[in-house]
Ligand binder design. Sequence first.
Ligand code: S6P
Ligand code: ZN
Length: 190
Amino acid sequence: MKPFASTLLIPTGQLQPHSQHVTRRLSSMRGQYADLAAFERMLEQGDPLVYEVFENQVPSRPGELAHGTSVVHPGRVGDEYFMTKGHFHAVPDTAEVYHCLSGQGFMVLETAEGEWAAEEFVPGRIVYVPPFWAHRSVNAGDTDLVLFFAYPGNAGHDYRTIEERGFRKRLVEKNGAPTVVDNPHWGGGA
Ligand code: S6P
Ligand code: ZN
């Protein structure tokens, strides 16, 4: 690798230049939102863009640091806020750092052993994702949630565990405020 630089535009979260731009629409998250009827109703009216990731890829080696931005758009499916799919790293003993640049929300985390956490994102806040913790970003505000992240180049993504099992906790709006609740579908196909 040679040194390189990119520019992170605030508040949009655009990274210039970037080698990868991932867009995830609601249809790619079937089964992840608890209110299945609200999910289907929303899809009938279109397929909203839930989040985007801009990344500069690096070689898949432990000494490298992949980094980029994620932009979770505001919205809800029923009472549940727009969120990322969430994942464990395929190499599970790899950590990650997130820095919130704009918006507000939460990082929901859990381990295979049953521990969980919900760390708040406000501009300036840094959240550390330790090795072995699955993580998902949730936008609990009404503007884009813009995050910078960095993680080891060899970490990879294990999406299947979350697709099959879901997260133990969900972030919903209750009486006008973001609230952590149990996931009624946890463990049995989200
Ligand atoms: C990668 C890192 C982020 C996420 C991004 C989207 O390890 O955690 O780049 O990929 O926030 O989330 P997800 O769950 O769709 O990969
Ligand atoms: Zn990650």
